[in-house]
Design a protein around this ligand. Structure first.
Ligand SMILES: [Mg+2]
Length: 211
């Protein structure tokens, strides 16, 4: 049973990629668009530009970078829908090394999602929150792998860094498939299970036979 959803911020609720590419293109005299980037499909943007992590952050992280990130058009809908159909949602986000980032992310969730800082877990070790009742929804395969290894449930959602023409539909389809997969695994472990909302239910296979 899923009791908590941990929802990633950058690339899932915020558009991190567009302003990062704008700044890098200006600095390094390139013209890589979001559409181009999805075809490259590398999570670490500095690798695509052949620069160091230090140069990446110096270029990208301008004074108001985090607070000026635009929400993806479906950010609020995604948050609300997950809260409604799965479980209470807590935002789980890795801050940069700059302390200002934590402050601006806190302000961002208030401004764009109406959330208080009690709804935010900031830290790069998301796997410390892994347990069988917690579901991590994230676009970073490394976070997903570690969370799974520590006993948590996960759904790796598509993001603009690896998916051309990202839409809410594309993201939600993956979440629905992920939830169905989690349910199937739980049924195999325990035929009479509490469903995601805590109600007791007996599960049937596709031919209508009780497990
Ligand atoms: Mg992310």
């Amino acid at each position: 049973m899923i009791k908590n959803v941990l929802l990633d911020l950058d690339g899932v609720l915020t558009d991190f990629l567009t302003p990062a590419l704008d700044k890098l293109n200006a600095r390094y005299n390139k013209n890589i668009t979001v559409e181009d980037y999805a075809k490259i499909g590398i999570f670490d943007i500095e690798q695509a530009y052949g620069i160091s992590s230090r140069d990446f952050w110096i270029t990208v992280e301008t004074a108001d970078f985090w607070s000026s990130l635009k929400p993806l058009p479906w950010a609020k809908e995604l948050y609300q829908k997950l809260s409604k159909v799965v479980a209470p949602v807590t935002i789980a986000s890795s801050p940069s090394k700059n302390p200002v980032c934590a402050l601006q992310k806190t302000a961002w969730i208030k401004e764009h999602l109406g959330l208080e800082n009690t709804n935010l877990m900031l830290g790069s070790r998301k796997y410390l929150m892994a347990n069988p009742n917690n579901l991590l929804i994230d676009d970073y395969p490394k976070n997903i792998k570690k969370f799974q290894e520590h006993g948590g449930k996960t759904i790796c959602v598509p993001s603009s860094w690896n998916t051309p023409d990202l839409t809410f539909e594309k993201v939600w389809n993956v979440i629905e498939e992920g939830l169905a997969d989690i349910d199937r695994k739980e049924i195999r472990i325990n035929p009479v299970v509490r469903d995601r909302h805590g109600g007791l239910s007996v599960q049937f296979d596709t031919k209508g036979k009780e497990f």
